[in-house]
Design a protein. Structure first.
Length: 275
């Protein structure tokens, strides 16, 4: 049976992943002169507390050694490693470099997304693997979903995105304007966050996102994810989309340390993917 591997972009803790027979490799966080593996050495609540104490985190992809070690555990099994978007992280490149050093039957797939939609792709791949589908069959089945995914981020503090280099300079400057709610949108190739909806209130920003989703044809064939970093806007966001897209399956997730590091405390991600 094909072994599905991913990284903690899918917002699985290690116990949950093990229970579902998915292997996840933790992203790394450095803060206050220490480096941690998320979900392994540090949890989101720990990171938020350190940020409140005045420490600034940075994030990085898993080491090549850690990825290679994971590959070697399943060297007699076909492996499909579905990584978070190349460009937003070096995780895809690390996975490919580790593959070059391994003798295993390994395929690395750039999901071109992250968090909720990434989670969906990995879950779907794992279900297909359990049915005995080959790597090639799994990838072919994932393509329609990968081609129909949209991601938005509403940061509370654009300094986090600026430091991480995950958004364009124009987007970062617009996000810093006073009295405006700036929404970042993941580029079609999944490599950078671009300027999206700009509104004067949070509700109007949500309405702008909704308008774009409706124009894109989002209906009950999609799944919607709302992921957040302890946002006080969570309930408002959830209620808005449940009221306006009641037919769309919705799941709420807590962002992990790596994404709090990039999006900042209080950020909210709104994402859809075709099922």
């Amino acid at each position: 049976m094909t072994k599905i591997i991913s990284d903690t972009s899918i917002l699985y803790d290690l116990k949950q992943a093990e229970k579902e027979n998915i292997t996840v490799i933790p992203l790394q966080i450095s803060i206050n002169h220490q480096t941690y593996h998320e979900f392994e050495d540090i949890q989101s609540e720990d990171l938020l507390k350190m940020i409140q104490e005045g420490h600034l985190p940075t994030s990085s992809q898993p080491t090549i050694g850690r990825v290679l070690e994971t590959y070697e555990k399943y060297q007699n099994t076909p492996i499909l490693n579905i990584t978070m978007a190349d460009g937003l992280s070096g995780t895809y490149q690390s996975a490919c470099m580790a593959k070059e050093q391994s003798d295993g039957d390994i395929t690395v797939l750039n999901s071109k997304t992250l968090c909720g939609p990434h989670r969906y792709l990995v879950q779907k791949a794992n279900a297909l693997a359990s049915e005995g589908k080959t790597v090639e069959e799994i990838i072919e089945a994932l393509k329609p979903s990968m081609d129909h995914s949209i991601s938005y981020l509403i940061p509370q503090d654009f300094d986090y995105l600026k430091r991480g280099g995950r958004c364009s300079k124009t987007a970062a400057s617009v996000g810093g304007l006073l009295k405006l709610v700036a929404v970042m949108k993941l580029s079609e190739d999944g490599t950078i966050l671009e300027k999206g909806v700009i509104a004067r209130t949070y509700k109007k920003a949500l309405q702008g996102i909704l308008n774009e989703l409706c124009t894109a044809g989002v209906d009950d064939s999609y799944k919607l994810y709302i992921s957040h970093a302890k946002s006080n806007r969570l309930q408002e966001t959830l209620d808005f989309f449940k009221d306006n897209l009641p037919q769309v399956e919705t799941e709420v997730l807590d962002l992990s340390c790596a994404f709090i590091t990039q999006g900042g405390p209080g950020c909210v991600a709104i994402q859809v993917i075709k099922k």
